[in-house]
Design a protein around this ligand. Structure first.
Ligand SMILES: Cc1cc2nc3c(=O)[nH]c(=O)nc-3n(C[C@H](O)[C@H](O)[C@H](O)COP(=O)(O)OP(=O)(O)OC[C@H]3O[C@@H](n4cnc5c(N)ncnc54)[C@H](O)[C@@H]3O)c2cc1C
Length: 379
């Protein structure tokens, strides 16, 4: 096993960290308080090649692999999880789905502007009545001449309001159950396609999470993505990759929380000493660092396997489950180490505490990850 990082990977980490520190950190609290979606930041990340990380250069992307992708998501999330989740949803969910299952024409028309960061991607699977049980999709699509007509409602779509291109799953053959769900590409501005309620969230408040409504929304027949009836199965494949990026999102936020706790513990004095001199605090820091390293190893293993073209259902879920639960524990201890100052907005601790919780929910809850892991183990 080789744990060294290539010069290229180190350079990518440096560029991502530099950008996050200079361009994101100064605005994090303002965006969070005002729930400002930093659209211009995504455009600039596009200029760095971070909006088409996994897409080959001939399609406008950076042609990098999963190791580079998770490094970028981790570094952005270390400073602001809201930007991290945006980059993750855009890259691996929407753009990844179109690039993996789209026709050549769809790749050219949709994946290229997404990969360049000229357009923002959304991916709509979850519905009000179909969350963990996403196979229970109720949104419908029926063929009418040379158009598909979509009706229904999606919920919790990242970039539901700001997204220019949305990949949406809809039922095309109810009798076939999961195998009756198909994926579609819907462009912003299509009549009958609107963003509904923008969610007022606990954390990741600068990310855009909205309801998406289809009301007799007509799209060209050619906007069917992948084969009819394969939308749900293809979505699960996409989630195998997406879950690695949620692990990276969790890892980045855990790292940020840990660093903030470490720094604070070396500054804050009580009983005539810095609190880092107390074994009670040292043990917390030791547990946090060990937990984070363990999550990092699982996340890197899943990414490495993905780069080798291996199936990662088990490893992606393990990484996502563990990293997200570590992030929640680490953010909790980060607040604790800050004492009362962890509870107020002058320090980043309270924001990490709020933000990390999404990781145990999005792209499959911790309970669903355990179901996936157990299913793989019992095969
Ligand atoms: C900020 C944010 C961004 C999101 N972005 C997107 C996005 O871009 N696209 C998208 O499609 N979705 C998105 N989601 C939706 C997310 O994937 C779902 O919220 C998640 O899958 C859980 O679905 P649910 O909220 O309906 O919860 P439910 O499915 O209603 O679950 C409620 C509880 O029941 C548990 N539960 C359910 N079934 C079982 C079971 N069989 N065994 C044990 N426990 C079970 C769950 O683990 C959970 O604890 C986002 C959500 C959030 C909060």
């Amino acid at each position: 096993m080789d744990f060294t990082q290539s010069d290229e990977l180190r350079e990518i980490r440096r560029v991502a960290r530099d950008f996050a520190e200079k361009e994101i950190r100064p605005h994090v609290m303002e965006w969070d308080e005002k729930q400002v979606f930093p659209r211009d930041i995504l455009a600039r990340l596009g200029e760095l090649g971070f909006m088409g990380i996994l897409i080959p250069a001939e399609y406008g992307g950076s042609g990098l692999g999963y190791m580079e992708y998770i490094t970028i998501v981790e570094e952005l999330s270390r400073v602001d999880g809201s930007v991290g989740i945006s980059v993750a949803a855009h890259n691996s969910l929407c753009t990844g789905h179109i690039f993996t299952f789209g026709t050549e024409d769809q790749k050219r028309r949709f994946a290229v502007p997404l990969a360049k960061g000229e357009k923002i991607g959304a991916w709509s699977l979850t519905e009000p009545e179909a969350g963990s049980d996403a196979g229970g999709t109720q949104t419908t699509a029926r063929l009418d001449g040379d158009q598909w007509v979509l009706n229904g409602q999606k919920t919790f779509t990242t970039h539901g309001t700001y997204g220019d291109i949305c990949v949406a799953m809809a039922m095309t053959n109810k009798q076939a159950g999961h195998h009756g769900i198909s994926a579609f590409i819907v462009e912003k501005g299509t009549p009958g396609f609107t963003a509904g309620k923008k969610e007022n969230k606990l954390g990741l408040r600068a990310s855009d999470t909205s309801t998406v409504i289809f009301d007799d929304c007509r799209i060209p027949k050619d906007n069917l993505l992948g084969q009819a009836g394969h939308g749900f199965v293809d979505a699960l494949t996409i989630l195998d990759g997406g879950r690695i990026s949620i692990a990276a999102l969790a890892l980045g936020m855990a790292q940020g929380a840990y660093e903030s706790a470490l720094k604070y513990s070396q500054q804050r004095k009580q009983f005539g000493k810095t609190i880092s001199a107390f074994q009670g605090i040292q043990f917390k820091l030791a547990d946090m660092a060990t937990d984070i390293d363990c999550a990092r190893l699982l996340t890197h293993r899943a990414a490495w396997m993905k780069d080798q073209g291996m199936k990662t259902t088990l490893e992606s879920s393990m990484a996502k489950l563990h990293a997200s639960e570590v992030a929640v524990r680490v953010a909790n201890e980060c607040v604790q180490i800050h004492g009362g100052y962890g509870y107020i907005k002058d320090y980043p601790a309270e924001k990490f505490y709020r933000d990390v919780k999404l990781c145990t929910i999005g792209e499959g809850t911790s309970e669903i990850q355990r179901l996936v892991i157990a299913r793989e183990l019992l095969k």
